[in-house]
Design a protein around this ligand. Structure first.
Ligand SMILES: Nc1ncnc2c1ncn2[C@@H]1O[C@H](COP(=O)(O)OP(=O)(O)OP(=O)(O)O)[C@@H](O)[C@H]1O
Ligand code: SF4
Ligand SMILES: [Mg+2]
Length: 328
């Protein structure tokens, strides 16, 4: 991967919240800790981890919805201001949410919903041009014939069609980056693959950089080029998808991968991290200030040092993991 291909970079970002603890009172909880990742043109980067590991918080920081407590977000190498990024920056980074039902105004027709960003960003202004632009976008997400969709409202669509509309609306802003936070998890199993294939095609054909947030390692394997594995707020392993899944370094990744059949289809939704996680002993850590590895209480490979000192970063090829005893 070449440096110039990187579009959006999280550079050592953390996010804290002040929360009420029944015993300690108001305490700072670190939800994402020193995370770094890069999204590159034409590539899909999967962010995998169990519920509560901090995936959405990281995605929302990349999308400028919330701001890092520390660290930086860089777009084309330029550090972005914490508060109120420029409008063009917001245009270039679009977010797809999990729920295609909640993210579209049910009262508006598709010609308005998708045409609005075209007008707003000055890509089209005359009625005819807006309509042509909306039709092209509907076609690009497979809603055909486009003319039959222009005057429909979200309520006249299936769940899969709505998620296609959400994607078309995001594409209307001509983004360089799509942040897709579990974009298929609320869709019927039978249409998940179609939406994943659409994301893959948009990335291949239009060069969009995609962050694909998921619980589901099988779907990460299916569409992504690169994968980062999150545990308890930290990225504990990252690398090209084949390397991470075929030869994981981190015991946590190894447990996730071993718990799913090699040929698991990406759409079945049963091989989920949260279920696999039940096979591990203990529960996910509270984000306390213990000095060692956050995975230590559950790790089958733990040794004495794991409870005492933060694990170092170890590398193999293009992959790396934070672990004292990486998988051979
Ligand atoms: N505004 C907030 N205030 C306090 N804690 C928060 C806030 N937002 C998120 N958290 C906590 O941060 C942790 C990570 O949440 P996040 O939504 O990023 O996880 P996730 O990996 O996306 O989980 P899921 O897979 O369930 O969507 C959770 O423990 C959550 O309770
Ligand atoms: S550092 Fe130790 S506890 Fe943590 S994942 Fe590696 S072996 Fe397991
Ligand atoms: Mg989430």
């Amino acid at each position: 991967m070449h440096e110039y291909e990187r579009i959006l970079i999280a550079d050592d970002i953390s996010r804290e919240y002040v929360v009420d603890d029944p015993i300690m009172g108001r305490v700072a909880a670190t939800v994402v800790e020193n995370a770094s990742l890069a999204l590159s043109r034409g590539q899909i980067h999967a962010l995998v981890g169990e519920s509560g590991s901090g995936k959405s918080t990281l995605a929302r920081m990349l999308g400028f919805v919330i701001h890092p407590t520390s660290g930086s977000i860089l777009l084309d190498g330029a550090r972005q201001r914490r508060a109120r990024p420029r409008r063009d920056v917001l245009r270039r980074v679009q977010i797809l949410f999990q729920d295609p039902y909640g993210s579209l105004n049910p009262l508006q027709r598709l010609r308005y919903l998708i045409g609005r960003p075209l007008r707003l960003h000055g890509f089209a202004s005359r009625r005819r041009d807006v309509e042509a632009g909306v039709s092209r976008l509907l076609e690009s997400v497979g809603l055909l014939p486009s003319a039959s969709f222009l005057d429909r409202r979200p309520g006249d669509l299936s769940g899969g069609q709505r998620q296609r509309v959400v994607i078309a609306r995001a594409l209307a802003s001509r983004p360089d980056v799509l942040l897709a936070d579990e974009p298929v998890s609320m869709l019927d199993v039978s249409i998940r693959l179609e939406i994943l294939d659409l994301l893959r095609r948009l990335s291949d054909e239009q060069g969009v950089a995609v962050l694909y947030v998921t619980h589901d390692i099988a779907s990460a394997r299916y569409i992504s080029d690169f994968v980062s594995v999150m545990y308890a707020g930290r990225i504990v392993e990252a690398g090209p998808v084949d390397a991470v899944i075929d030869r994981p370094l981190h015991p946590y990744t190894r447990l996730l991968v071993d718990s799913t059949p090699a040929a698991a289809p990406p759409d079945i939704g049963v091989h989920r991290v949260s279920r696999w996680a039940k096979r591990m002993s203990g529960s996910p850590p509270s984000r306390d200030s213990s000095p060692g590895c956050p995975f230590q209480p559950r790790c089958p490979a733990a040794t004495a040092i794991c409870a005492e000192q933060r694990p170092p970063k170890v590398a193999r090829g293009e992959s790396w993991a934070e672990c004292w005893n990486p998988v051979e």
